[in-house]
Design a protein around this ligand. Structure first.
Ligand code: ATR
Length: 290
């Protein structure tokens, strides 16, 4: 096989990595687009992460997705970091340059806002984000991406609600207010109070996921027009989304965030902008733990 015929290779690095849906997602696109490429999951323990990343890059890999627990380590290892990844403190996408340099970015926030914009109800997500306070439940890695994305998109106020208040305070300190959102912290018992006048509610915790404890929150204070979204997509319609839809609030499921965050990496490694189709969503859900 000549170098010209060799498939373009990319991988997701995590520990563990077997649960990742990224190979299914990128594999579907490669097949759909008829691209000579491969995408695999590589399980690499934290002590071996730097060595494995550099070895795969030297082997000719076009790039990587980085998942738990390596996202923060990746930030320190790449040769260049974009502003978004630096702000969030984590890298989820790496592109290997022609000269072997590693360029790190974070597309989670992009995936979040693009997913809202692509909502099936045809709502103007940009106007919703700029139209009133956003409530973000959780203060982990996903919350960091979401808060930065909402600030970037012009949210006037962001209310970060977390069980461990110190973690929410650290998030606010680290993410800052680059675009001017007023970011406040609410304790977990205050979560229902935080819904008053909200335009958007986002769950970034794993609560409500199959096999995890329920997310207990009464939505009575939430205005009827507020958009509700969940980053949990197993089940696709989480109890939060079902409760919101039941009282007439528009909802957006979390599967789209996973898909949208993957698109810039696919384009950089394989050269084509992949489409989001019902077939793709079904294929990913078929591989998701239920
Ligand atoms: P990730 O980085 O993947 O987002 P994480 O750091 O484990 O994951 O964050 C999970 C989020 O769910 C956190 O905000 C966590 O709250 P704490 O910061 O207090 O740990 C939240 N969470 C998990 N279990 C919870 C529970 N039973 N009640 C309320 N919040 C919970």
């Amino acid at each position: 096989m000549t170098a010209k015929d060799a498939p373009a290779r990319a991988a997701v690095l995590g520990w563990p990595a077997s649960h990742s849906l990224s190979p299914r997602l990128h594999g579907y696109w490669l097949k759909e687009l008829g691209i000579n490429g491969t995408y695999r999951a590589v399980a690499v323990e934290p002590e071996k992460f730097a060595g494995e990343l550099h070895a795969l890059a030297a082997e000719g890999y076009k790039g990587f997705n980085i998942t738990l627990p390596h996202k923060e380590a990746a930030l320190a290892l790449v040769d260049e970091v974009d502003a978004e990844a630096r702000r969030i403190g984590a890298v989820n996408t790496i592109v290997v340059d022609r000269d072997g340099r590693l360029r790190g970015s974070n597309t989670d926030g992009y995936g979040f806002t693009e997913n809202l914009k692509a909502n099936p109800a045809g709502l103007n997500a940009g106007a919703i984000i700029t139209g009133g306070p956003a409530v973000v439940l959780g203060a982990g890695g996903a919350a960091r991406s979401v808060v930065a994305a909402l600030d970037n998109a012009g949210a006037p106020e962001i209310r970060v609600v977390n069980r461990t208040v110190e973690k929410a305070q650290a998030l606010v300190r680290d993410i800052g207010r680059e675009k001017g959102a007023a970011i406040g912290v609410f304790s977990w018992p205050e979560r229902e109070k935080a819904l008053i006048d909200a335009a958007l509610l986002v769950n970034t915790t794993a609560l409500g996921m199959t096999g995890r404890p329920a997310l207990e929150i009464a939505l009575d204070n939430l205005p009827p027009g507020a958009l509700v979204t969940d980053i949990v997509y197993t089940p696709l319609v989480t109890p939060l989304l079902a409760a919101a839809a039941g009282r007439g609030n528009p909802t957006v499921d979390g599967l789209g965030m996973l898909i949208h965050q993957a698109r810039p990496g696919f384009k950089a490694w394989f050269g084509a902008w992949p489409e989001i189709t019902p077939g793709l969503r079904e294929n990913i859900l078929a591989g998701a733990p239920c």
